[in-house]
Design a protein around this ligand. Structure first.
Ligand code: SF4
Length: 319
């Protein structure tokens, strides 16, 4: 088993340096591309509505993630409340969007408590710690790690983000995160503006994915079939979004790596405020899914997540 990166960083003093540097960002928050410039150390809140403490909606072994993360005992997911992207169709709308998150039982945790959650997930047998929507709580995650390491944490750390990450924030995680698992959602500024009020998403995500790939490289999977290190990209197909998907897949093949491990996801269902957008009102068709898989292969992307072979077969046969 590869040694998790944060263990070496804790030993060398790198982690302590990053904790210090990241905490300073909270005083005039420019942690993510929204650059709210609020003082979170003094309780001011920006778009993510998260102050000095991280807030958790839930945690536990998760068996619905990619097979290379789930293994036998599950992926140790920690769902953070709040988000810096805020897509209108979010499937976790009630915990991510500010108008709902504080009614959803979000629990503010200090560094030690967050560390205890990580260690508890490992004790339950989880193969990794899967930080879901972590971009706005990078300093809090870093600050929890020394306590987690002291508590015996050793499994890989997964940064499971929307892809809306600044390179500056990602540089704080260099040598600490083992697996990056970003979404790559929008290819056009128009879509990103319409569905997340983030016209810069495509450019930001492209730079973020390139930085992630620079840091960790292609996904490495061990003899037990579990991911240990590297980049895993998710792309959620959207109804009628074939052109956006095409741009994203081409980018991954040409600018990231043809060996990039990609999960093309077809489970889109209208959630959150999607009903306000007529074009978001349907599921993704079998034909759209099949075409996306064919496009990926045409661009030379061969490491496509195949966890649901039955569904894939269904799509192929359903012509
Ligand atoms: S992390 Fe939150 S407060 Fe900071 S810039 Fe992003 S959205 Fe604003």
């Amino acid at each position: 088993m590869t040694t998790s990166s944060y263990l070496a960083a804790a030993r060398s003093g790198l982690l302590a340096e990053r904790i210090e540097a990241s905490r300073r960002l909270l005083a005039d928050c420019s942690l993510c591309p929204r650059r709210c410039k609020v003082d979170r150390l003094q309780g001011q809140l920006g778009l993510c509505r998260t102050g000095v403490k991280a807030e958790i909606a839930s945690y536990g072994p998760h068996f619905g993630e990619e097979a290379v993360l789930v293994g036998e005992h599950g992926s140790g997911t920690i769902f953070f409340c709040g988000c810096s992207l805020l897509c209108v169709f979010c499937q976790n709308y009630d915990i991510s969007h500010p108008d709902h998150m504080h009614e959803s039982g979000c629990l503010a945790v200090d560094d030690r408590q967050l560390a205890e959650v990580m260690v508890e997930l490992q004790a339950q047998g989880c193969h990794n710690i899967n930080l879901v929507t972590p971009s706005h709580v990078v300093p809090q995650i870093l600050a929890a790690l020394p306590f987690a390491v002291a508590g015996g944490l050793r499994v890989p750390l997964i940064y499971n983000s929307s892809g809306y990450d600044s390179v500056a924030a990602l540089s704080l995680l260099d040598g600490i995160v083992d697996i990056y698992m970003p979404d790559c959602k929008f290819w056009s500024a128009d879509s990103a503006r319409r569905y997340a009020k983030a016209a810069d998403y495509p450019e930001v995500a492209r730079m973020a994915l390139q930085e992630m790939q620079r840091q960790v490289g292609d996904l490495q999977i061990n003899g037990q079939g579990l991911a240990e290190h590297g980049l895993l990209v998710r792309h959620l197909l959207m109804p009628g979004g074939g052109a956006e998907t095409d741009g994203i897949l081409r980018f991954l093949a040409e600018q990231i790596s043809v060996n990039c491990y990609v999960n093309i996801m077809d489970q889109y269902r209208p959630c959150g405020r999607a009903d306000a957008f007529v074009e978001l009102g349907s599921a993704v068709s079998a034909k759209e899914y099949r075409q996306a898989m064919q496009r990926a292969e045409a661009y030379g992307l061969t490491r496509l997540d195949r966890r649901d072979l039955a569904r894939l077969l269904h799509h192929v046969l359903d012509k």
